[in-house]
Write a protein that binds this ligand. Structure first.
Ligand code: PAF
Length: 279
């Protein structure tokens, strides 16, 4: 496995791969890697000849400076882990390498940027689009792999890909969970022991909600989820929405066509956890 700190060296490597006719798969990450990331690498390996992972904690997508500061950084372990699963190349750039000067681009995602995470984390999706487009320019992948845990992020990336006219296949991959049901996330390692013990209630209650959804209205189910999660003093729901899987349109009635996804954000102390489940 080759580790690149600069975009120019990686670009030369990718150019050589493409000259050999190899399909390049890309997994962008912010490091602190876990089995969820590794599953993306494994899926990329199944359909691509070369798999590139980037590890870059992107400052432009953090709307809370405290969140950026405490974001876990475990580069040495990340590199060992990637090597053990047969990743081909890793990009570990500095902030200056990615942003030689500030990125002032403002994306307009319309409706999909105005719901759920959009208003709760102002500027977040703009920062995600900035960094992912810069990484796409450097890596020039044929396919890029993203986890379904960040369900709304995938819709944002697809919109950015279409706005900037990239010819890149965006592959969404299933959520990977701990054995107790907690969705894997780099932020899980920031949870206190007590918060970690109670966090699996989020998935447990969402799974229960899927089972009982037909017994009540959409509004009643949302209230039931909020009350069930908040009945635990260590958890507090920030929002819960039920949206159409494709358009992300907010569901008002079960009779509306198409699969639905329950999306949720919960604070476990100071740590913000997101999760979702398809109905
Ligand atoms: O999902 C993430 O980890 C990040 O938002 C991403 C896509 C790597 C961009 O920094």
């Amino acid at each position: 496995m080759q580790v690149f700190e600069t975009k120019d060296r990686l670009s030369i490597y990718i150019k050589q791969c493409k000259e050999r006719g190899e399909v390049v798969g890309f997994v962008p990450t912010m490091g602190a890697l876990h089995e969820g990331h590794i599953s993306l690498v494994k899926q990329a390996k199944e359909s691509c000849n070369v798999v590139v992972v980037s590890i870059f904690v992107n400052p432009t997508q953090f709307n809370d400076p405290k969140d950026l500061e405490r974001y876990p950084r475990t580069l040495e372990n990340d590199i060992k882990l990637l090597e053990s699963v047969g990743c081909d190349a890793v990009l570990t750039p500095s902030v200056e390498e990615i942003y030689p000067e500030p990125d002032t681009r403002q994306f307009d995602f319309g409706y999909i940027g105005e719901i759920m995470e959009g208003p709760k984390r102002p500027g977040h999706f703009n920062g995600v689009a900035q960094v992912v487009s810069r990484l796409f320019d450097i890596v020039n992948p044929d396919r890029a792999f993203f986890g379904m845990k960040d369900f709304q992020q995938i819709a944002i990336i697809r919109s950015m890909v279409s706005q900037l006219d990239y010819n890149i296949d965006i592959v969404s991959c299933p959520i990977v969970r701990e054995s107790d049901g907690l969705a894997m996330s780099s932020r899980n390692r920031l949870l206190s022991a007590e918060h970690r013990a109670t966090a699996p209630n989020i998935h447990r209650i969402l799974s229960e909600a899927v089972k009982i959804h037909n017994t009540m209205s959409v509004a009643e189910l949302k209230n039931w989820i909020i009350e069930s999660i908040n009945s635990n003093p260590l958890l507090e729901v920030e929002y819960v929405e039920i949206v159409d899987e494709k358009s992300l349109k907010i569901t008002e009635e079960w009779s509306e066509e198409g699969s639905k996804v329950i999306c949720i954000t919960v604070y476990a102390g100071e740590i913000r956890l997101i999760d979702n489940i398809i109905i």
